[in-house]
Design a protein around this ligand. Structure first.
Ligand code: ADP
Ligand code: GLC
Length: 484
């Protein structure tokens, strides 16, 4: 079976967050199921630079834009790069310019990606055709509209990685999308007077998945449905949650080339070398107290604003804090103030560094993830795998991948971290306090780390679920055609 995956980022070519990790790892885990994937992404300059093994396999003209399609190979992935310089050859990130502002024509950039995907699904490219089309997030979601407008009856799966991003644009852009008029109706694109690409994807795909069963339930509620609860309820029969896995070859402390000292669950003591390296690299005052790390987008979603008022209490308990991330300037400002007040004990590195992320997982004692909502979250999975104990909010994928060290779980030997009520500073402080107390109990802490590192967060079970879903959809298409 062949899948055309459509997305806006893929690791290792271009990454702004967990979406890229999933797009880069799911295809490899589907191979043992006899499923091969080609992933279509925009040919941003960075993507082209990082994918040198490639050949041009076709030219497309969609919505007045001309593009070359490159077929590329990179670290076990088969890629299709949509090379349209007018739209994708820009300075900045995949979505924002060098000043941090959304590109003014994102509506067109990702409409062109989607229209190109639909054309590839319909006509094939370089002699290749998909059996199923798998769309990821709003940037790819309009593919469903283009496919249905063309009368193309291939199965479509839409995965929502984060409902907060809905591809919402003024209704005035609709005529330029080249879709039949009736697609602008409330049954499809219309969204509170605007249009939403994600809504079109939800309405028109055969199956809608999200990245954890808990988040799949949460988004059906008014509180967490972000305006889309009604639309999702109308598709609840086809909505399911499949939890993300991690690439255990890239995120493996025993073989990780980014860390000075490799280790596994039987040699956890060796983490100490990585810890010393962290102190040196980040300019922390050396000490025996625990190192707490944040590796995250610094945003309201991630609950990072809850931290600044707690820093003094954390430092008074003899712990040190490192923050690696970029995001909301107000949140960064608040944290910088804490860095000034607690020099040597609190450090912030504003920026993005894959290497530092690996080192922080490998040497920190605790990783904080205080998200207000979290569809799945990969950081806590990397932390667990590396024996850094996660403190997480009880929401979305965080709720189901970390086992709180309450008395029952601790005595049963199954605990892997600490949980608190999302959005509550007091409760977060209480969880940090519990973790710091546990850290002082050397044997118990070792038990937590061992249990965390032994948990299996590989892709195999979730890949099986995607495979089953693809097969089901193909089978029901074949049955429907036979009946017709
Ligand atoms: P999200 O995709 O919502 O940001 P996830 O937890 O799913 O959250 O994934 C975040 C990914 O981005 C992880 O791979 C994490 O290591 C990485 N990451 C986030 N911020 C940084 C940073 N500043 N430097 C390096 N990696 C980062
Ligand atoms: C989104 C979500 C995150 C999830 C990631 C990959 O960025 O915010 O929770 O892990 O997608 O699915």
């Amino acid at each position: 079976m062949t899948i055309l995956a459509v997305a806006s980022e893929v690791f290792p070519l271009v990454k702004t967050g967990g979406l890229a990790d999933v797009i880069g790892s799911l295809p490899k885990s589907l191979l043992p199921q006899g499923i091969s994937t080609r992933t279509l992404i925009p040919a941003y300059p960075l993507a082209l630079a990082n994918c040198r093994r490639r050949e041009a396999i076709g030219r497309l003209s969609v919505l007045g834009a001309d593009a070359t399609v490159w077929r590329g190979h990179c670290e076990g992935l088969e890629l299709l790069l949509l090379d349209c310089p007018e739209l994708f050859e820009r300075r900045g990130g995949p979505y924002i310019d060098g000043h941090g502002r959304d590109f003014h024509d994102n509506w067109r950039r990702f409409a062109v990606l989607s229209a190109a995907a639909a054309q590839i699904a319909a006509e094939g490219i370089g002699g290749w055709r998909p059996d199923v089309v798998h769309l990821h997030d709003w940037q790819a979601a309009l593919t469903a509209a283009y496919m249905r407008a063309a009368g193309l009856d291939l199965p479509i799966v839409l995965t929502i990685h984060n409902l907060a991003f809905q591809g919402q644009f003024p209704a005035g852009v609709f005529p330029a999308l080249g879709l039949p008029d009736h697609f602008s109706s409330v049954d499809c694109l219309e969204y509170y007077g605007d249009i939403s690409y994600l809504k079109a994807g939800i309405r028109l795909s055969d199956a809608v998945t999200t990245v954890s069963p808990t988040y799949a339930r949460e988004i059906l509620t008014e509180e967490q449905g972000m305006g889309m609860a009604g639309v999702l309820q109308s598709r609840r029969q086809v909505l399911s949650g499949i939890v993300n896995g991690i690439d255990q070859t890239i995120w493996n402390p025993f073989t990780d080339p980014h860390i000075p000292q490799n280790y596994d669950a039987r040699s956890i003591d060796r983490r100490r070398v990585n810890r010393t390296m962290i102190e040196r690299q980040f300019g922390l005052t050396p000490g025996d107290g625990p190192i707490l790390s944040v590796i995250s987008r610094l945003t309201w979603q991630k609950g990072i604003d809850l931290l600044a008022p707690l820093v003094s209490g954390i430092v008074e308990r003899g712990a040190r804090l490192i923050i690696l991330g970029e995001g909301d300037p107000g949140i960064v400002y608040g944290l910088l103030e804490q860095v000034r007040q607690h020099s040597g004990h609190v450090v912030i590195h504003v920026g993005y560094s894959e290497e530092s992320a690996h080192l922080l997982h490998a040497g920190s004692d605790i990783v904080l993830q205080p998200s207000r909502f979290e569809p799945c979250g990969l950081t806590q999975l990397y932390a667990l795998r590396y024996g850094a104990i996660p403190i997480v909010a009880r929401t979305g994928g965080l709720a189901e991948t970390v086992i709180d060290a309450n008395e029952a779980a601790a005595s049963a030997g199954v605990a892997t971290g600490f949980k608190f009520h999302p959005g509550s500073s007091d409760d977060l402080y209480h969880a940090i306090h519990r973790a710091l107390t546990a850290f002082d109990n050397v044997d118990f802490w070792r038990e937590l780390q061992t249990q965390a590192m032994r948990t299996d967060f590989g892709w195999s079970r979730s890949a099986e679920r995607y495979a089953r879903l693809y097969r089901q959809l193909v089978r029901s298409r074949v049955a429907a055609r036979r009946e017709a």
